[in-house]
Structure formats: structure tokens, C-alpha cells
Design a protein around this ligand. Sequence first.
Ligand code: HEC
Length: 109
Amino acid sequence: MIMRNVGPVILFLMLISEPAEVNGQELGNPTAGQKYAEVTCSECHAVLPNDTASKIAKATAFGTVANSPGMNELAISVWRQTTHLSMPNIVVKPNDMNDVAAYIVSLKD
Ligand code: HEC
């Protein structure tokens, strides 16, 4: 019966050790998100924290995205459901997008 009580404790530890946590919700994994972004998004966007020069000038550097007013994972996930003219509709799995969103938010100064 003791094992039954372990689940919530582990969940709690995961929540408090997750840097991208917002309002107690469990969100994506920023480390996985960075790896994903380096592969999928860096073709156009500056992805790394100290990199402000995107390969495509119009593609906002992720550090800049992160520091835009009101930017959070919700805003990024809303954004991903809209189409952008100059950004191809890259198919990103929801889990990967959560990770990328967590990574972008982690770039906030
Ligand atoms: C082929 C080039 C290309 C790739 C690959 C690409 N983007 Fe973009 N992205 C753009 C361009 C260009 C814009 C800005 C113009 C627009 O909104 O259409 C943009 C805009 C954005 C914005 C909005 C920024 C703002 O200032 O509002 C976000 C967020 C974003 N991209 C995230 C991503 C993520 C996450 C990936 C990888 C999964 C990705 N992009 C891959 C070209 C790209």
C-alpha cells in the first residue's frame, strides 16, 4: 500500500525540478526542445541563447521571441496553430512543440 503514495510524490518532485514549469503545470522539456530546435528550426531561426542573427532575417531569433512582451508557452502554442506566410507549415508533433516552447521560454532574460 505504501507504493500507492509514491506516485504523487514523484510527480511533485518532477514539477519542482522542472525549470520550465509555469503555474504548477507540467510542461515540455527545454533540453529536448533545444536539440529539436537545433535540428528543425535553426535552418531559419537563431536558436541558441547568444545567437541573434537568424539565417533568414525575417525569422525572429528565439531569444527575441522569448523576451517579447506576454510571451509564454501558451502564446507559443497558440502561434503554432496559426499559419505564417513565410514559414513553411512544418509538421511538429505536439510533444516536440511543447519541448520547443519550453526551450524558447527558458531563454527569457
Ligand atoms: C524555412 C524557414 C523556417 C523554419 C524552418 C522555421 N521558421 Fe519560424 N519563422 C520563419 C519566418 C520567416 C518567420 C517570420 C515571418 C512569419 O511569421 O511568417 C517565422 C516566425 C516564427 C515565430 C513567430 C516569431 C514572432 O516574432 O512572432 C515563431 C515562434 C517561430 N517562427 C518558431 C519556429 C519554430 C519553433 C520552428 C521549428 C520547429 C521554426 N519556427 C522553423 C521561418 C522559419
